[in-house]
Design a binder for this molecule. Structure first.
Ligand SMILES: NC(=O)c1ccc[n+]([C@@H]2O[C@H](COP(=O)([O-])OP(=O)(O)OC[C@H]3O[C@@H](n4cnc5c(N)ncnc54)[C@H](O)[C@@H]3O)[C@@H](O)[C@H]2O)c1
Length: 336
């Protein structure tokens, strides 16, 4: 039985606590939050679990082996550094840290303490995303030309980080995962309309190796909730709609054939559009957060490196940092 503590019981923490109740070999023994109201909520749902407002006490609790950090991004470094120094395994919510120096310090510390440290890049545990990875690797998908994703809604507006750092970690981790690499250069533009210096909307362009172009649109100031990703390949195309529970993935047998064709004694360059069937694969009904948590505890049990380890988290933070640099340098390309 792994004894676990949860720091942060705001919007996301309760989902983690609820998922933990489904795991038989894990026991959530302590929940910590700074807000009295949040602690009351936790106590009423989980009267058997210790509920406290002192994170140091939770981190120093000798009976706890693993700690999950679901607090705002700017607290991730301090809390996870302390937890690691105390010899705990740690799952840190995305983004890992608010700059790459902090991420590098965690990597250095973990080289000494050798604990299981995982970043909550939930989409890498999403069965549809895993299926997409398989599909786009097949020959009959062709070469990937470009990918774009949209993650917009009205709310949740944050005051500590902008829409890029709050929402785009998901898209960047998905792109890096699907393409098995990281971008070479990025540029971003955005707008701060509600709070000075905090972008509500960001459009980021990412150039990946092999001439693959990606675009990310994130916003918490948009009339309609949209969570989608389109992948355009040379032989097939697909659309992932995360809000469609029945049919989240559609694969289009659509392409453009180009080339020289004989015309009398000379040749002519032709473009021919192909529009075939739409295929809707059946996706396993697995809850991504639960899959992520299972993976974390499995890694602890077997002492193996998580799929979304500290290096994976650092790669995402580096892209975010470069996008942020581009935002402040008026949309210039930034090499990574
Ligand atoms: N993986 C996902 O899909 C996903 C989804 C949503 C949020 N998140 C991440 O989860 C984290 C939390 O996000 P949220 O939306 O719940 O934020 P939130 O602001 O709603 O909640 C954060 C909570 O942490 C508490 N807190 C802050 N500092 C603390 C400290 N030092 N000790 C104890 N409690 C502290 C606050 O009182 C608050 O209740 C963020 O990193 C966010 O990016 C991940």
């Amino acid at each position: 039985m792994i004894k676990c503590g949860l720091i942060g019981y705001g919007y996301w923490g309760p989902n983690i606590a609820q998922s933990l109740t489904k795991l038989t070999h894990v026991n959530l023994v302590s929940i910590c939050d700074l807000s009295k109201g949040k602690l009351r909520e936790a106590r009423s749902l989980y009267p058997q679990i210790e509920v406290i407002n002192d994170y140091d006490k939770l981190i120093q609790n000798p009976s706890i082996n693993a700690i999950i950090i679901a607090t705002p991004a700017y607290t991730h470094f301090d809390l996870s550094y302390k937890a690691l120094r105390e010899g705990k395994h740690v799952l840190i919510e995305k983004p890992l840290t608010i700059n790459s120096n902090q991420a590098l310090k965690l990597i250095r510390l973990n080289k000494k303490v050798k604990k299981i440290v995982m970043v909550g890049h939930t989409f890498e545990y999403n069965p549809t995303i895993r299926r997409i990875k398989k599909i786009i690797k097949e020959d009959n998908f062709g070469k990937i030309y470009y990918i774009y994703s949209t993650r917009v809604n009205l709310g949740q507006i944050r005051g500590d980080i902008n829409a890029l750092w709050n929402l785009a970690p998901h898209d960047i981790s998905i792109l890096n995962f699907l393409l098995d690499t990281t971008p070479i250069e990025v540029k971003a533009t955005g707008g701060s309309f509600l709070q000075k210096g905090i972008e509500d909307v960001v459009f980021a362009l990412l150039k990946y190796p092999n001439n693959i172009l990606a675009e990310i649109h994130v916003s918490w100031l948009d009339p309609v909730k949209e969570r989608s990703m389109t992948v355009v390949g040379s032989k097939k195309m697909l659309i992932f709609d995360d809000l469609d529970n029945e049919m989240p993935l559609k694969i289009y047998d659509k392409r453009v054939d180009t080339g020289e064709v004989a015309k009398g004694l000379s040749t002519e360059y032709k473009i021919r559009l192909h529009s075939g069937d739409i295929y809707i694969p059946q996706i396993e009904n697995k809850e991504p957060l639960l899959e992520e948590l299972k993976h974390f505890f499995e890694c602890i049990k077997k002492n193996i490196q998580p799929n979304t380890d500290l290096t994976n988290g650092l790669k995402v933070v580096r892209v975010l940092e470069a996008c942020q640099q581009s935002l402040s340098r008026k949309n210039s390309w930034i090499k990574i």
